[in-house]
Design a protein around this ligand. Structure first.
Ligand SMILES: Nc1ccn([C@H]2C[C@H](O)[C@@H](COP(=O)(O)O)O2)c(=O)n1
Ligand SMILES: [Zn+2]
Length: 161
């Protein structure tokens, strides 16, 4: 019997884990997942966007607009930072798979952690000041950016429905 050939590529496999992590996020507008992989192709960190430990959804709002202190923005921990904080080893030389292009705050953490490659899918905030700052820092820091096609996201959304 011949071996199956229609297997997931490594990129599809790890981006699927990022999407699976995103499905844990309670953000009603944007769910993001991140998966960090070491050079031996072992998963060493997973994360999704959510409020910090002890900051419950019953007290904090997912609002996007209105009084800043009553929106999600000052409180939510981004998927990328959670994946870094959850990681089980030094991240030098690792690759981050993330469903949405990192913001400037996460870009700083990614660079300082030693992650060398960022593989992403969606870039819906392309052109925003935060997005431009991220790209500028990644370029200067020599972090390789790879955008994957969106086909996996469509599959996950179908499963969610
Ligand atoms: N790369 C990113 C960008 C955003 N997030 C989180 C932060 C929020 O929970 C949500 C963005 O909310 P929106 O302004 O689109 O309603 O996504 C992240 O984790 N990683
Ligand atoms: Zn961020």
């Amino acid at each position: 019997m011949r071996a199956k050939e229609d297997v997931l590529t490594w990129d599809q496999y790890f981006m699927s884990m990022a999407h699976l992590s995103a499905m844990r996020s309670k953000d009603p507008n944007t769910r993001v997942g991140a998966c960090i992989v070491n050079p031996q192709k072992r998963v060493v960190g997973l994360g999704y966007n959510g409020f910090p430990m002890g900051c419950s959804d019953t007290k904090y709002s997912w609002e996007r607009e209105g009084d800043f202190l009553e929106t999600k923005y000052p409180y939510v921990v981004h998927a990328e930072l959670n994946a870094i904080l959850n990681s089980i080893q030094n991240l030098a030389g690792c690759t981050m798979y993330v469903s949405l292009f990192p913001c400037n705050e996460c870009a700083k953490a990614i660079i300082q952690s030693g992650i060398k490659t960022v593989v992403y899918e969606d870039d819906k905030y392309d052109g925003s000041p935060e997005n431009m700052a991220s790209k500028r820092m990644f370029l200067d820091a020599g972090v390789v950016l790879i955008q994957l096609p969106y086909c996996l996201k469509v599959c996950v959304e179908e499963i969610e429905e």
